[in-house]
Every structure is written in C-alpha cells, then in structure tokens.
Design a protein around this ligand. Sequence first.
Ligand code: FES
Length: 146
Amino acid sequence: MYSDKVMDHFSNPRNMGEIENASGVGTVGNAKCGDIMRMYLDIDENHMIRDCKFKTFGCGAAVATSSMATELVKGKTVQQALEVTNKAVMEALDGLPPVKVHCSLLAEEAIHAALWDYAEKNHITIEGLQKPKSDIHEGEEEEDEY
Ligand code: FES
C-alpha cells in the first residue's frame, strides 16, 4: 500500500524536532482527523531556508510527508519554497494511497504557515503566499471552526 520511500521516511523521519528562535513557525491542523503538524524554518538574510524541522502529532503518512517536505525546502529561497506543494511532496515519495492524500496537505499548509509567520515578523511580502487558513496560534483565544 505504501511506497518504499514513504516507509523509509516514516521509519526514519528526517529533520524531526524543533528550532529554537526559528525565523518562522507554523502550526496547522487537519479538520478531518484532528492531527497536528508544526514546522520550524531557519531563514538567512538572503531569504534562504537554512534549516527546517517539524513535529507531527499524526498518522504515518503525515510523518512521511513532513519529513520529505523538510528535505525539499532546505536550501530553497522562501519564494522557491512555495513550489513545495503537496503534489510535489507526494511525487517525491512515489505517491500516497488516495485516502492519505489529505495528510500530505498538512505539510504544505504548515510550510505556508511558517513562511507567513516569517513574512509577518520581517514585514515582507512573499508573492503568491496566502494567509494560511488552519494556522493554530498558541495562546490566542479565537478558535477556528472545525
Ligand atoms: Fe490525519 Fe493522516 S490521518 S494526517
């Protein structure tokens, strides 16, 4: 059911953990299953992603897609990181079973949320980046409707 690459990234996730004083942090949740993913980005003064780490409280496919997504965004500029879509991540993993496609969306959304956070903190605009819908801000009162 799962490709070798998915199994590999699930069994040995790359870049799991957190980055202290990250340039951008994004946390998103999947309304369907309640799983949560957090992405940390370390970005240098040329807007290049030096490092990326993730934490996922979710299913195996979510772990594998976050792991692959961190590998794909590293070394890219914030603009190029937008090309790391869930489709690109799935292709890099040699596909996911159809029922697991929604899991790969978490990775894309978490990257976008972290980029949004970075852009806001630095008062810059990343062309083509939309405000993430399911961003979960810690410590904020407002609750997203699920
Ligand atoms: Fe929740 Fe996969 S089932 S992210």
